[in-house]
Design a protein around this ligand. Structure first.
Ligand SMILES: [Cu+2]
Length: 167
């Protein structure tokens, strides 16, 4: 069966009152992970996007993980994975965003972005190596109309922690 032409897909309405461009600048801080001989177990994490919240575990084990994104809502959603600086909080991040300040100083790398339409699972996945004891943040910056507040202001922002490494 031939695939439908890509152009037939209606464009996703997407308005970003603030871009993730500043956060992209910290991409380089993520660093490459060394290749090891023994393949470690990859923890699969499914993030659910609802109108307007994220569903996932409160904490995850350290080490390699694969993140999938399921949109369980009725509007388009994204999930951006951001690692916070040690000690930085989601509240500080939200405050910086709201006041128009650059929140980059509070972040320590972005793991990528997944996008999914209503009822869909994002085509790709994020492969990350979770650092023990760190706090990561999920955020959706989409808005439903140009006048509407970004989803993060409606509740689509949350953090989760990575468990300490086993002694
Ligand atoms: Cu959203």
């Amino acid at each position: 069966m031939p695939l439908p032409p890509f152009a037939s897909r209606p464009p996703l309405p997407r308005v970003r009152p603030w871009g993730l461009a500043p956060l992209m600048l910290v991409l380089g801080a993520c660093g490459a992970q060394p290749v090891v001989d023994e393949a470690p177990e990859i923890h699969e994490i499914v993030v659910g996007g609802l109108d307007y919240t994220f569903e996932m575990e409160e904490s995850v084990p350290p080490g390699p993980a694969k993140i999938l994104f399921e949109n369980r809502g009725e509007v388009d959603h994204e999930v951006a994975l951001i690692r916070l600086q040690p000690g930085a909080t989601m509240a500080e991040f939200a405050e910086a965003m709201a006041s128009g300040e650059d929140p980059q100083a509070l972040t320590d790398g972005i793991g990528g972005i997944l996008i999914a339409g209503p009822g869909e699972t994002a085509m790709g996945s994020l492969n990350v190596d979770f650092e023990a004891g760190r706090t990561y943040m999920l955020v959706c910056t989409f808005t439903d109309t140009p006048e509407a507040p970004p989803h993060m202001e409606l509740g689509m922002v949350r953090t989760f922690t990575v468990e300490e490494a086993e002694a």
